[in-house]
Ligand binder design. Structure first.
Ligand code: COA
Ligand code: MG
Length: 291
């Protein structure tokens, strides 16, 4: 699966920001037709994105286009324009039901068929960021093979339940963990909230480190200054990789001796600790740190 440590948004009508994004080495570039684009600029944004997709070299960054939510009235035109641009990935915000995921995936499949493209080649990510979406997570996560990740939108979720956002984000914890759990159960990546306080890299760094500890695979970002702190937070450190390797090696050796549990550096190691170590190595591999 594509590495999605940092998913950078920019308004779809802002060619300068799309160009800038291609120079940052960011995992995902998400050209936005939804809330980052003013209502009066949706048609212009569709045109700018199409042209940028034809003219720019995005390197190894995943080329994502976020359409407006289903029921907004923009979704049909957005999706048609987005598919014409041949992105790697379509992002759908504010998803609340499995049927919405299946509707988009069906539209994409029709496009792939009509243009002789490999079936399932265009990926799908969905935002779950409302109370209804959180309640329907299980069905949404299991809805369609094309789906690779669920993105949790903290600001939208707070607005949906009437919560007040705080720097600690305690009011989001239940929903964040629900997203992580649903993603783990269905082999999807979980992508964490935006840090809107973008002028201070230490705030986004701390929030990203916490998100990584919760089990998220990556985080949404809105400014170039957030890319490095977030990519670093979602990449295991050399130390963590070395320790994970020791756990894997010593676990195998102890299994060979008929021992399921043993001591390493004063701590008990058994099967769940091995799985944790394997997760660390999988993340390191996804980030290109291990071959
Ligand atoms: N993607 C790519 N480049 C960006 C960027 C982004 N999200 N945000 C800023 N930049 C660029 C600017 O164009 C500028 O480049 P330049 O020096 O070549 O002109 C540079 O980074 C520095 O930007 P800065 O002046 O610090 O910020 P700004 O005032 O231009 O923009 C925001 C601030 C918040 C308006 C802008 O970061 C933004 O639009 N973010 C994304 C918003 C969005 O898409 N929201 C919806 C999803 S949550
Ligand atoms: Mg939003």
């Amino acid at each position: 699966m594509h590495s999605r440590r940092a998913l950078l948004y920019m308004p779809g009508d802002d060619r300068r920001k799309i160009e800038k994004a291609t120079t940052l080495g960011v995992d995902c570039i998400c050209m936005d037709l939804e809330d980052g684009t003013a209502f009066s600029r949706k048609a212009e944004a569709r045109r700018v994105i199409l042209q940028a997709m034809r003219e720019l070299d995005f390197g190894r960054s995943e080329r994502c286009i976020r359409i407006n939510s289903i029921g907004s009235g923009f979704e049909q035109d957005d999706l048609a324009a987005a598919l014409e641009a041949r992105p790697d990935t379509i992002v759908v915000p504010k998803v609340e039901t499995a049927e919405q995921v299946q509707w988009v995936s069906g539209q994409i499949e029709s496009y792939e068929l009509a243009h002789s493209l490999p079936l399932g080649g265009i990926r799908l990510l969905v935002g779950v960021e409302t109370a209804r979406g959180i309640l329907n997570l299980k069905e949404i996560a299991a809805a369609d093979k094309r789906l690779e990740a669920i993105i949790f939108g903290g600001e939208d979720f707070a607005a949906s339940v009437g919560a007040t956002r705080t720097p600690e984000a305690t009011e989001l914890l239940y929903a964040r963990l629900a997203v992580v759990t649903a993603c783990a159960a269905f082999d999807l990546q979980a992508i964490d909230i935006v840090t809107i306080d973008f002028r201070n890299p230490e705030i986004v760094r701390a929030e990203a480190e916490f998100g990584a500890k919760l089990g998220f695979a990556g985080k949404q970002v809105i400014h170039p200054a957030q890319v490095e702190p977030v990519q670093t937070a979602f990449t295991p450190s050399e130390e963590a990789i070395a320790y994970a390797r020791r756990v894997v090696e010593t676990f195998e050796a102890h299994q060979g001796e008929g021992k399921g549990a043993y001591e390493l550096d004063g701590k008990m190691i058994d099967l769940p600790l091995l799985k944790n170590a394997q997760n660390v190595l999988a993340r390191a591999r996804a980030a290109g740190k291990l071959v």
